[in-house]
Design a protein around this ligand. Structure first.
Ligand code: IVH
Length: 695
């Protein structure tokens, strides 16, 4: 862990004395490290190093490559590493290469950048734009005659993953560029829509959405996303565009690749931003103009102060020469333009001693190790604990109790252990022995094939039961006021509650037996339990804690099925072939889970069905049979199928007299003729979407 620290100063210090063989080995080792962390960062979205350390590592490699150009030529360079292609999508070649940016960390780097440009361009006073460095991942969106045709990731800079099907789920991504009216109301006239335009930008997730999704995952016992960027990357890589739709991704555009005709390109960076806005494209909203290096540094600092108030994550500033003519004159190296530079802000970091590792048992039995530190101040709050995720994580990173560790706030929110200060390891630091038995019920732990999580397999474990009850009674689920952790602990301890069903069997005497301040609060709690019997159906579905089913999916399930009884009656094969269907089938295959749901109904729980449930099931798509053909303009086949099934319809493979609609896209083939012959209505995507809306 923390290779960057071990390497500090070594790239230059060691090189003078080293033999070429040693340097070649050092270079190879450093490249292997970079490649390893690069893969984790770009392709798997599970980085082990903090961004800062990762950048430092790459800087060291670049320094070594510059010092030994002959050796550097023998193996792939940093520019060639840094590939986000996942193998899951078709790849697509960019018209213009997508470059990366050189990074700087100190005022001196920025001054050197300016000095280089001033010399190169032969002028001292240069105009710059300073923009936030959005912390998501880079994409290129192609518009042909103003119509969105494709969204592709950076990939290796030359070609990337075609993620169009997922990207179109992003609400703010325009499908068409809005043609501006000439010179209306004094605003500058909009340029004509280019024949071809590659817009360069970033997909990211706001802090609010990051918090919402992690809260849901925590409640469902699922692994949390370490930061908003990992969430954005993990989401856009989903095979199921429905997942993308349920997570609210943001997009911003800050540059262009190909621009045809080139002569129509706005002459400045700030002009481009204004033009994008007139076309209805989300563009950079917080930027600073600066003239000369003094103003440039002031602008970067102003951005650093302002970014605390931004609703999205930024890890630095991007400084760009404003004039496009000068940008062209300055040109680019093989991996980055000479006219722009990223300035990275160092994350808030603190060092503290790891006092203990405690193990918590979650709702689904997962054992989570949590680090407890000597309290330390970090970005305005006092930190005492951070999750260490799982057993393997502790082993892999060799974190020992007693170690001095570095803490950062990932995505500025959740504190995380980002490294161990090996140099300060006390002699008495000892390796943590992960428990082989549940710390609460003493059952031997188990690990499922292919999972890193270690679990307590005892479904009756009091720790799991407490977490399940807390979840069920929480505001996000059936919302039973007064049934908090303390009351739950007391009820579980006395054996009064062994399952969520038992909540509805509680009598006044059971509550009074808890002692405390007795009758008044007992009556209030009984009243709250009573009210919750009629909570909305999705709250019960969410409250059951079905793996993979959070609040948003629970709402879909409620709309689709309309009642707990309908879920019980559904045959395993009829839940649907998507991820939600599989999760429901697995849950309802367990007799214990069925008993809980049957018990709830027997105990008089009557969830309120969603208003649309009946509509969806007696509406026009119920029993309707669709056949799909050709390529639809925005929906994939899987997405269209999902929509049809969600509204109660079915999809068949071939057209017959029983077919209700043929949904046809481009190049429909023989099916359209068959439909015509049989008198089956042929509809396009727009008509199909309209049909869904009528539901
Ligand atoms: S301009 C040719 N502007 O930072 C330069 N990039 O580390 C094109 N980024 O690959 C990039 N915010 O993904 C630019 N305001 C901004 C940016 C930005 C974030 C990303 C981009 C780039 C990376 C370099």
């Amino acid at each position: 862990m923390l290779l960057a620290l071990a390497w500090a100063g070594s790239a230059t210090a060691a090189t003078a004395a080293d033999s070429p063989v040693a340097t070649r080995e050092r270079l190879a080792a450093l490249r292997a490290d970079v490649a390893h962390h690069d893969k984790l960062y770009h392709q798997e979205a599970t980085p082990e190093l903090s961004d800062y350390d990762y950048d430092q590592l790459k800087q060291r490699l670049r320094a070594l490559e510059t010092a030994f150009p002959e050796l550097a030529r023998e193996t792939p360079t940093v520019a060639e590493i840094g590939d986000d292609r996942s193998g899951l999508f078709q790849t697509y070649r960019h018209r213009e290469r997508m470059l990366s940016l050189d990074k700087s960390y100190a005022e001196a780097d920025l001054r050197a950048f300016h000095a280089r440009l001033a010399k190169l361009l032969g002028r001292g006073e240069l105009a710059y734009v300073v923009e936030p460095k959005f912390d998501g991942f880079a994409v290129s969106a192609t518009y042909e005659k103003g119509k969105l045709v494709r969204v592709v990731t950076r990939g290796n800079g030359t070609e990337g993953d075609d993620i169009t099907a997922n990207a179109i789920m992003i609400r703010r991504l325009p499908r068409t560029l809005r043609a501006g009216s000439e010179g209306d109301g004094g605003s500058p006239p909009s340029s004509p829509i280019p024949d071809l335009l590659e817009l360069r930008g970033e997909i990211f997730v706001s802090f609010a959405e990051f918090a919402r999704i992690n809260a849901e995952r925590e409640a469902a016992g699922e692994a949390l996303f370490a930061n908003p960027r990992n969430l954005a990357t993990g989401t856009i890589r989903q095979r199921d565009a429905g997942v993308v739709e349920r997570r609210h991704l943001e997009i911003v555009f800050y540059g262009v690749g190909a621009y045809v005709p080139l002569s129509a390109q706005p002459p400045t960076q700030h002009g481009l931003t204004e033009q994008l806005r007139r076309w209805g494209v989300p563009a950079v909203e917080n930027s600073w103009m600066a003239r000369g290096v003094g103003e440039l540094w002031a602008a970067v600092q102003a951005l650093d102060r302002a970014r605390a108030g931004f609703p999205f994550p930024t890890d630095g500033a991007v400084v760009k020469l404003d004039e496009v003519a000068l940008q062209r004159e300055a040109g680019a190296t093989d991996h980055a333009p000479r006219w722009a530079m990223a300035f990275k802000f160092a994350p808030a970091r603190a060092e503290t001693q790891l006092r203990a590792i405690v193990v918590q048992v979650g709702r689904t039995g997962v054992l989570t190790p949590v680090a407890e530190f000597a309290p330390v101040e970090l970005a305005g709050s006092t930190i005492t604990r951070a999750s260490l995720h799982n057993r393997d994580e502790i082993l892999r990173r060799d974190i020992r109790v007693g170690d001095f560790v570095f803490i950062e706030k990932a995505g500025e929110i959740i504190p995380a252990v980002v490294g161990v200060n090996r140099a300060r390891r006390p002699a008495e630091a000892r390796a943590f022995v992960f428990p082989t038995a549940c710390p609460v019920c003493q059952t031997a732990v188990a690990q499922r094939a292919g999972e890193v999580a270690v679990r307590c397999p005892n479904a009756a474990c009091p720790a799991q039961l407490r977490r399940r009850l807390e979840h069920f009674a929480s505001r996000e689920c059936v919302a039973i006021d007064g049934l908090g952790p303390a009351t739950i602990d007391a009820l579980v301890e006395r054996g009064a509650v062994k399952d969520v069903v038992d909540i509805y069997r509680l009598r006044r005497a059971d509550l009074l037996a808890l002692g405390k301040d007795a009758s008044k609060s007992s009556d209030r709690l009984l009243a709250a339990i009573e009210t919750s019997r009629r909570a909305e159906l999705w709250r019960f579905v969410h409250g059951l804690g079905i793996p993979q089913i959070g609040a948003v999916t629970a709402k879909e399930v409620a709309r689709r099925f309309g009642g707990l009884d309908a879920l019980l009656r559904t045959a395993p094969g009829d839940f649907g072939g998507d991820a939600t269907g599989r999760a429901l089938a697995a849950f309802f295959a367990e007799p214990r889970n069925r008993a809980t749901v049957e018990g709830l109904l027997a105990a008089g729980v009557r969830p309120t069905a969603p208003a649309t449930a009946t509509a969806a099931f007696s509406g026009r798509l119920t029993g309707k049979i669709f056949v799909l053909t050709g390529t639809l303009p925005t929906l994939t086949r899987a997405q269209a199928t999902e929509k049809i099934e969600a509204a109660g319809g079915k999809v068949a493979g071939s057209v017959s007299r029983n077919t209700h609609y043929l949904l046809a896209g481009a190049d429909p083939g023989a099916k359209r003729e068959q439909a015509r012959t049989l008198g089956v209505p042929v509809i396009d995507e727009a008509a199909f979407l309209a049909l869904l809306r009528e539901e």
